[in-house]
Every structure is written in structure tokens, then in C-alpha cells.
Design a protein around this ligand. Sequence first.
Ligand code: IVH
Length: 700
Amino acid sequence: MVKPVPVERLSPAAAEAELKRLAHEIAEHDRRYYQHDRPTVSDAEYDELRLRNAAIEEAFPDLVRADSPSHRVGAGPSEKFAKVRHGVPMLSLANGFSEDDVHEFLARVRRFLNLAADAEIEVTAEPKIDGLSISLRYEERRLVQAATRGDGFEGENVTANILTIAEVPKRLPKGAPSLIEVRGEIFMSHKDFAALNEKQIQAGEKPFANPRNSAAGSLRQLDPAVTAARPLRFFAYAWGEAPELPAGTQWGVIEAFHAWGLPTNPLMKLCRSESELLGHYRMIEGQRASLGYDIDGVVYKVNRLDLQERLGFVSRSPRWGLAYKFSAEKATTVLEGIDIQVGRTGALTPVARLRPVTVGGVVVSNATLHNEDEIARKDIRVGDTVIVQRAGDVIPQILGFLADKRPAGAKPYVFPHVCPACGSHAEREERASGKTDAVRRCTGGLICPAQRVERLKHFASRNAFDIEGLGDKIIEEFYTDGLIAAPADIFTLEKRDARSLKKLKEREGWGEASVAKLFAAIDARRSVALDRFIFALGIRHVGETTARVLARAYGSARNFRDQMVAAGKMEGEAWEELTALDGIGEVVAEAVVQFFGEKHNRDVVDDLLKQVEVTALEARSTSSPVAGKTVVFTGALEKMTREEAKAMAERLGAKVAGSVSKKTDLLVAGPGAGSKLKDAEKYGVEVIGEDDWFRRVGEG
Ligand code: IVH
């Protein structure tokens, strides 16, 4: 690395340029770290950048940028506690809301592990505590650090406060390993919550809304003496960094925790069948009111840790676990109208406008009605008194209506056949299977203002370009006022604003500071990773996972664009390469080439590429012997299922393709391999067996 110029020798212009570069660079590292779980620099290098930024800012306080990394707030931990990076991220569990979801969870586990549909599989079941999760680090059997979950990757150091909690052991007994991070939930009992609120009210302070908030508020006190006076409790249920675990099963580890003096939940049970799991759920649900603390569901975990390891994670949740939430809250209210929303791909979605009603503590005034068949099937009519259900964080749903309350003259709902936004014809596509699509779509494409606006919203949204401050409402306003019509316009906004007579800062609700903040947020996204870029285009059927597959395969935005145009004939090399990618089926491939087949879409992409720099996706692992290689698996694999093989290869930085071409580097062939083996010979592709694969990647 080039030695940086000492801060005292920097000219103001050089300082300004460097601060700008650092702001972008650090923002990009933050994004890779927090959102993609793919840091590309070491912690030390990262700290170096931040230190350099702080030193320059100290020497040139006038040059501190609005988007300076040193005053960034966001999903990360708050500034008042020191930060702790979790060596093993604190992720969350996928939610289930019905017995079907539990059934599907078990089926998926079996499928992934290649077990028979009726194979016995041990799963633990325990209450899901409604508190806040914490990670307790014991070194040499002494509690040395306690950290909150934060955004899952970095939390707050609350060690001093945790040390005041009587239930948390400060030492582990002999026999406990020399390093272990115990994870669990901090919570407050109903009784203690009521007493604390009583005190709050008497002292003229605001009472807490619920035990969870009061536990969080109590733990996040700057003065540990305040925490000490608050009766917090703890249950251990998981672990983070743990090089030597005391057992090979979930159950065994939790038993060891218990033996070491850590509080564990007495309602945990080891189940061997689906009916046992459902039975235990009902048992816990039955006890819910008398437990004395809040729980919001039951957590299931595959018991064997070797199986947990094989199952691994999908995006941010483990495949080996499920949180089966308690059933949703329901209420009745009047359906005042049905609006039709037009989505970014033209889908017309009916939305119920409801007389506002409180469901499970939240005021609900909209609910989804899914699609036209659903309205017809349920025969829901405007004016009906309907039953609304809210489950977890999903959009409220309408379950049905009360027949005796139907007003005289209520007419069946007629779903529109024209787009309410642009008047274009709206139709239901015929699927390849011969079935008609459930969704009716506007055929207006980009002449439809609703589709344009929705595409822009998607473009700026969190998992796409993630432009802070450019939320849905502002995009709608800017679109209506002609400020932003296409994605590239976002990046020319500042320049155009500088030239225009009517400045953004003169808009109602805006001022100098908010405009500067918006421009800084836009600036921070002038460099973006390729997978986000592809996802942001809003191509039908291209979600985050597909975008990642495409980004890995094509490497650069320019190459991706050109190859997709080349694949437009739906035959030939480019098309074959696209459809050979694992995870890209015909439907997706067609959608992508159709997108690039339209000039206005190519224009969107080309204009955008003049404004932003797109960075190649880092391979997940760059050190493995198969990093960057294209691998195909064929024949019967004996030690892993196809899905596992794929997940493993991708973890090691390889691309997995579904068919052999001259671009294939490696064919892993099990017994019974057929045509792919022949193709490999034809193209001179290296062929190895399953055992060789393990030897090669060093996991054998
Ligand atoms: S296990 C990979 N067990 O629920 C995550 N979590 O969505 C493993 N929680 O953040 C977590 N009770 O705060 C687990 N018995 C339990 C739990 C539990 C509550 C919380 C925890 C976690 C969230 C998962």
C-alpha cells in the first residue's frame, strides 16, 4: 500500500478529495460487511480507513462531509456504547404461522439432507422468549464481554450492565471450555414490569409500553447502577463462537449450560415426530398466560449439530430452525372500498381499504386481497363487515365476511380490465402449462406512470441501491414534478438543481440541510455492487438470489448487458450460457432477455452506467482451490445432496452450472453419470469423483 501523505501536509483540496474518497470507500465496506456479509478488507484495514478519516476531519473541521462515516447512524448500534463485532453473526429465525409451515420445514430439512419423507428426525421445541438477545463471552471461564445483537453483525458492549444481573453467572465452573459465547434472551417478568411501571409513574416518568421495551430500556442504561436496580432475567438457548462444544446435540449443549449454572428454559423438549412438535406447541400455547413472562411462539431446532452444520443458512436464517409464531390476532371492520395498485411489473393488486381497526395493538386500515380470483372465491363485497387477521410482520389479510351484516344491495366486485393508472388493457397471461396466471397485468410497460414510479421505488429501495432518504413518497413527488423519470435522473439531480431556478431547498418541507443530506446519500451510492445493480433493475422474476447468480456469472455490468442482448435470439452461445446457469430456468432467462430486448430498458441501463460505477462481486472465498471456477455436479452423489453440493461450492467461491459447456472447469461425477460425462470429454473438461472433490477442497 502507498504510504498516505501525513495529515499536516495535506492541502485543503487534497483533504477534501480524500475525505470524499474515504466516505465512499468506507460506505462500500460497510455495505459489504453489513448487508452482504462479504467483507473484502480485514478489520485492521477497515479501522485504518476510519482512523485516517477521523484524523483528516480533525485537521480540517470545515471539510467534514454530510455523509461522513464518522457521523453515520443507521441500523448499526447506537453511539453511546462501544461497538462489538460478532465473530459469529447473530442471525434470526424464519417464521412459520401454521401447521403447514411446520410440515414444510420438516420436509425441507429431509429433502436437503436426502432423507426419506418419513425418516425420524430429532427436533427440539422451546418457547420463543420475547425479549432481546445477548451474547455473553466467557474466556477462561470468566464473563469478559456482553454484547447486544445490534444489526446482527455489530452490537453494543453492555458488559458493565450485564454484570449487574444476578441470574447471569460471572464465572463458569471447571470443565467448561476456555472460550465460549453463550447466547440467549434478556427479559423482564410481568410482575417486575408492573412494579417498575408503577415506580416510573410515581416518579413522574413515562411508563414502558411492554416488558420487552422495559427490558431493553433497562439494559441500555449508561449508568450500570440503574440497570442493577432493574430486575432483568436471562435464558440461554444458543451459542456463538465456541471452538469446543460440550456436546454434539442442541439438547446436550443446553443441558451443559444448565449444569454450568446458566438459566435455561424448563419447557424445552426433545421431539421425534411432527405430531410431538405440534403437541408441544399447543402445550406451551396453553401455558402462555401463566408463565409470567412474554413469549411469542415456539422455536424448533434440528437436534444433531452435525446436521445443523450440513443444513447451514439460507440468506439470514438457518435452515435448521423455525420460529412457529402464535396465531395471529383478528378483528372485524367494514370494507370501505377496494383500490387497485399497479406494481412495477404491471401486476394489478387489489387492496382493501378498511375502516381503521386495532388488531393486536396495531391500527390497520389496509389489507391485501391477493388477486381477482381470491375476491371472487371469498365473494367479498364493498360494504361488507370483514374479518381481518394480522400475523407477525406480514401484510394484514382478509379471511372472510359476516353474512348477516351484508348491506342490502351490496354487489359482487368487478375487477377492472384496464389499468387504472394508464388506461392500457390489462390481461392475464396464459402460462406454458396452459393455466391462466392469477395476476392481471397492465400491458402499458413504461408508458404506464404507475409502473415507472414503482420501478423507481424498487430501484432506490433498501436491498437495491439503498438510497437513504429517497423513500416511496419522495419518489412519487419527484416523479410527479418531473424531477426524476428514470433511475439515472437520480444521479443528475444535484447538477440539475444547481442550474435550476426553482431549487429543491425551496420545496415545502425541505431545507438546505435535508437537500444536502439527500445529495450526500445519492453520492454515497455512485458505486454499487453488481448484484445490487442487477436486482435494482426490477426485471421480472429476478430477485436478490437470481441477481447474485447473474452477477457472479457475468462479472461486470457491461458484460452482463451485452451478453443478455446477445442472448436475445434465444439460441446460440450466449443463450446457452445463460440457461446453463444453475438457478436460472427458462422463465427467468426469458424475462431477462426480454428486458434487454426492449430499447427503453437498454437506455435505462446505459444512462445509468454513465452515472454509477458498478463493482464486481467478490467471490465468497478467494482462497479456495475452486474459487472462480465453474463446476457442474452430475450422477448420484453419496455424501451430500445436490443442494448441499451446490451450497458448498458457492461457499467456496465457485460458480455452479447445470450443464457442461466449454466454459466448465470441473465436472464432479458420481455413479450413473451420463451425457454430461460425454460433454466433458468433448470439451476436455476435467472430471473428478465425489471423494476427489472433498480432497481438493480440503473438507474431506
Ligand atoms: S435461537 C439463528 N431460541 O428470536 C438464530 N432464538 O428470530 C438462533 N429468540 O434473535 C436463535 N427465543 O432474539 C432462539 N429459544 C430461542 C429464542 C430465540 C427468542 C429470539 C432471538 C432471535 C430471534 C430469532
